[in-house]
Ligand binder design. Structure first.
Ligand code: PXG
Ligand code: PLP
Length: 447
């Protein structure tokens, strides 16, 4: 084994002066007290010292089939030694076409075409640009406004930051993109705390789109983008009837509806896509993460046939879409993606969350009476525990929960004082018990 791959070598590193400017991390604090993993297998991470840590968040909601799956690893190893790169502009390689045809078969009916990117953020930018260009090509170039939602997360590029609704992610980056507005969020703890699955109250929050239509005139609005379940901001499950109403209003006014399924796609809710789970079909879907089981970065935007055909009207000797990435449909990503789909299919992982959901839900809600817990939310193989903030120190309790859980052998995600769990879809019931037992122990121990 070469020196760099030796897990023990990392343990002796001093990180305090490290050159790496880490993303979404408290850099100085983290480098003083780093938490490192050096190896992974199935639902487990291993620290450089060899301690096992249960991965309660599938990495960052992306390793849906579990870590270091042999079939995917071998497919990537073969591909890197066969064709490591091919330009995707005016050239192709067979796996890209094979993978596109494979994934559209799993998409909601009518979403027949796919554009490849390298991340969720790029998928969002691509979808927003497609929406604007689609309207323009149809002679509705006046539709330039983009509508997001409070508490939404759509990645970190300019368009995604602008339609995003997490204040901390926006406030230091200036005016972002012009012509953006936001729907109100759907969180309503007074009526919906401790809901199991979809909350009963709040379909009417979708009528906020009518307010924005009245304010701006619907003919100026190109698209509405929402996460079917807002995950990053703390797991907000759509109230019964909410997404249906949003769909109706968009259709009525000729506005495109984009579902950002970067987290919710690829089995997290017991179906390939959340759109299928909720029975609501958007016009475009953005995905990433689980599309390759996170083995190689990749994203994808699915679109309705009509949107694709709108681009296919001009002369055949002209480029239909002046947009794309150097690494769109990268051969390693396509190889990883095809092997990932094999694993999902053979192991029934795209529907496994549905079978586990009742058990998962019971276990999650059994933590209701623990200290600090003010709400529990769940759907598919996702659960969130909202903790009361410590007076004068919002987020402190959450961060401490994260650190203590890691020490006790579970990697859990926190945003502010909300804990979110979303383990790999291969998790077994005794391991679910173990994950919740660790969270229970942590909550009991927290000041
Ligand atoms: N849209 C949604 C709905 C997402 O959840 C993105 C876009 C951006 O994807 P990329 O691949 O550019 O990161 C995401 C990503 C967290 C967490 O801790 C969530 C994401 C990314 C990193 C951390 O909840 N979601
Ligand atoms: N910046 C420069 C100077 C470039 O030449 C390119 C691509 O050729 C990019 C940015 C975009 O990079 P990517 O296609 O990897 O997104």
């Amino acid at each position: 084994m070469n020196e760099r791959a030796r897990p023990e070598a990392v343990a002796t590193l001093s990180l305090e002066q490290s050159a790496w400017f880490m993303p979404f991390t408290m850099n100085r604090q983290f480098k003083k007290h780093p938490r490192l993993v050096a190896r992974a297998e199935g639902i487990w991470y291993y620290t450089p010292e060899g301690r096992k840590v249960l991965d309660g968040t599938s990495g960052l909601w992306c390793v849906n089939a579990g870590h270091c799956r042999k079939r995917i690893v071998e497919a990537v190893q073969r591909q890197v030694a066969t064709l490591e790169f091919a330009p995707p502009f005016q050239l192709g390689h067979p796996l890209a076409f094979e993978f596109a045809d494979r994934v559209v078969k799993l998409a909601p009916e009518g979403l027949t075409r796919v554009f490849f990117t390298n991340s969720g953020s790029e998928s969002v930018e691509t979808a927003l640009k497609l929406a604007l260009a689609y309207h323009r090509l149809r002679g509705e170039g006046h539709r330039t406004r983009l509508i997001g939602r409070e508490r939404g997360y759509h990645g970190v590029n300019f368009g995604g930051t602008a339609v995003g609704g997490i204040v901390a992610n926006r406030k230091i980056f200036g005016a972002l993109v012009a012509g953006v507005d936001h729907l109100r969020h759907t969180h309503d703890p007074e009526r919906n705390a401790f809901s199991r699955g979809q909350p009963k109250h709040g379909a009417e929050f979708a009528d906020d789109l009518e307010r924005l239509c009245a304010l701006h005139d619907p003919s100026t609005i190109a698209a509405v983008i929402v996460e079917p379940v807002s995950c990053s901001a703390g797991v907000f499950v759509p109230p019964v009837g909410y997404l249906e109403r949003l769909r109706e209003i968009c259709t009525k006014h000729g506005i495109l509806l984009i579902f950002d399924e970067v987290i919710t796609a690829w089995g997290r809710l017991g179906r390939p896509f959340a759109a299928q789970r909720f029975g609501v079909t958007p016009d475009l879907i953005t995905t990433a993460k689980g599309i390759t089981n996170a083995t190689v970065p990749m994203g994808a935007v699915f679109m309705k046939e009509e949107i694709f055909q709108t681009f296919m009207q001009g002369p055949e000797n002209a480029i239909e879409l002046p947009h794309g990435y150097t690494y769109s449909a990268h051969p390693l990503a396509c190889a990883a993606g095809l092997a990932t789909m094999d694993v999902y299919e053979e192991e029934g992982l795209l529907t496994r969350a549905e079978a586990l959901e009742p058990y998962w839900q019971e276990q999650a809600h059994s933590l209701r009476d623990l200290p600090h817990v003010v709400d529990i939310r769940n759907i598919g193989l996702i659960a969130a525990f909202e903790l009361a903030p410590r007076p004068g120190a919002p987020g402190a309790r959450g961060l401490e929960a994260h650190i203590r859980a890691f020490e006790k052998g579970a990697y859990i995600r926190v945003t502010g004082d909300i804990i979110a769990l979303a383990p790999p879809l291969i998790i077994q019931k005794p391991e679910i018990d173990q994950l919740f037992a660790t969270v229970r122990e942590v909550l009991k121990s927290l000041p």
